[in-house]
Design a protein around this ligand. Structure first.
Ligand code: S5P
Length: 263
């Protein structure tokens, strides 16, 4: 039987970006390809649930701008949880403006995302200037190599237009900016190059939809059929009565699927 994907340690040694090397290290050590999307409007609740699911995840994805009780002190607590449980922070800001604007959105304002989030993502609608702008913001904070960008190549929602030529243009832009772009938000594998990781949202233990266009695939489908690398799970864990046990279930499902792929 031929191995379909490289193992995490193989990818870690073959990729160049420091953030990606750290991520593969965490995935190997904690045996997890689970990214938890902590989509709550309460920072207090976010900290509480992350304390529980921290041991099972490699990344915590946030939507910092939906939080009503934002404070720098809470960011400090979140960073401490990330160190304690060894996971990366990914602010799902979906930047989508010209370079000069996103540069400020990334580093300034209330949230100062570049100061705490290891990973961010962006739409490619504005062209490569968006990548340059974000990269220069990280550079000006002395964070070159410590911050990384994912490009949104495909989406999970019904009727989205990130398909075909758009997705191809996204892959080209990623390949031309490997010093900052480390992968994709996508629905299936777009590249076999270990310098690019694939993260897939729209994941639940049972396939289905929500009432606002979200479409769900299972961890097994995402990892073994679509050859993606990371499962992103929000409400599947957040709305469960026991987030820790549920996160462990997703971790196991995602990791078993990976083992099947690389054995
Ligand atoms: O195509 C996408 C891209 C993203 S980043 N579809 C998505 O659902 N997302 C995000 O993933 C979305 O903003 C949300 O934070 C998470 C999915 O949450 P769930 O509750 O549906 O699992």
């Amino acid at each position: 039987k031929v191995k379909k994907v490289l193992t995490y340690p193989e990818r870690q040694s073959q990729c160049k970006h420091e953030v990606l090397k750290r991520l593969y290290g965490i995935m190997e050590e904690k045996k997890t390809n689970l990214c938890f999307s902590g989509d709550t409007t309460s920072f207090a609740e976010l900290l509480e649930v992350v304390e529980k699911v921290g041991p099972y995840i490699c990344i915590l994805k946030t939507h910092i701008d939906i939080i009503t009780d934002f404070t720098a002190e809470n960011i400090h607590k979140l960073k401490n949880l990330a160190s304690k449980h060894n996971f990366l922070l990914f602010e799902d800001r979906k930047f989508a403006d010209i370079g000069n604007t996103v540069k400020k959105q990334y580093s300034e304002g209330i949230y100062k995302i570049s100061e705490w989030s290891d990973i961010i993502n962006a739409h490619i609608i504005p062209g490569p200037g968006i990548i340059e702008g974000l990269k220069s913001a990280a550079g000006e904070k002395g964070l070159t190599g410590k911050r990384a960008l994912l490009l949104i190549a495909e989406m999970s929602s019904k009727g989205n237009v990130a398909t075909g030529e758009y997705t191809k243009a996204c892959v080209k832009m990623a390949e031309e900016n490997q010093d900052f772009v480390v992968g994709y938000i996508c629905q299936s594998q777009l590249s076999k190059d270990p310098n690019f990781i694939h993260m897939t949202p729209g994941v639940k233990l049972v396939e289905g939809t929500d009432s606002l266009g979200q479409q769900y695939l299972t961890p097994k489908e995402v990892i073994t059929k679509r050859n993606s690398d990371i499962i992103i799970v929000g409400r599947g864990i957040m709305n469960s009565d026991d987030p820790a046990t549920t996160a462990a279930t997703y971790q196991q499902a995602g990791y078993d699927a990976y083992l099947e792929q690389c054995s």
